[in-house]
Design a protein around this ligand. Sequence first.
Ligand code: ZN
Length: 253
Amino acid sequence: MPEGDSIHRVARRLQPLVGQRLEVETPHPRAQVLRIAERLDGLRLEGVEAVGKNLLLRFEGGLTLRSHLRMKGRWRVQPRGSRTFGTPWLVLRAAELEALEWNGPVLELSDAVARRLGPDILAEPPDLDAMVARLQRAPSLFLGEALQRQELVSGIGNMWAAEALWSCRLSPWLEVADVSGEELGALLAEAHRLMADGLDGRRRSKQAYRRAGRPCRRCGEPISSRGQGDANRTAYWCPRCQPDRASTQAASM
Ligand SMILES: [Zn+2]
């Protein structure tokens, strides 16, 4: 699943097209029916930004094209006229470069798409107060699930949720209501820090994500994993240094 940081990298690669009038094509039959090319062809691209896992391309006249890559979508920027493979969903041609997108099942042209999404975790600076307020509107959600609800906070996927929770010693099985606003703010700040590092190319080994059964790098306890939430994404956590409240109480008795 492309996470917010990889979408930000795509947005950076597309910046050279900004300011240019674009030839727009939608070769894939499922994209043709959306009638996007007819409305955008020849318009000037005014901006490209990543909002969470969405790429928003703003064209003159107030039109915004939203692209969400779901599981398999990808973008490529190449010199105009290079060989292409397969059938792209979208081709944007500028004077010297062209951008192509494959397998992107979500393409939506609208003037209101950005309003449905929560604040972007990778904004500089991130609007932590607004994100905390949105999370607190969903008090009964598990923390691991709430972090990935794009209408609350946009951009955090399963990997960064697991890593930020481990860093902050918070269990993904706590409910939002179990955690103070201060702790939520610190958790979001940590997710921002980890993801911004990844965006700038600084890699670090994962502490919890996909380490089920292997020793916690802090305390040695084996990392646990279990499906969580409606989407049944796998949560990863250290049961010793990320206790949920019930086990904290049990331990203090
Ligand atoms: Zn641990």
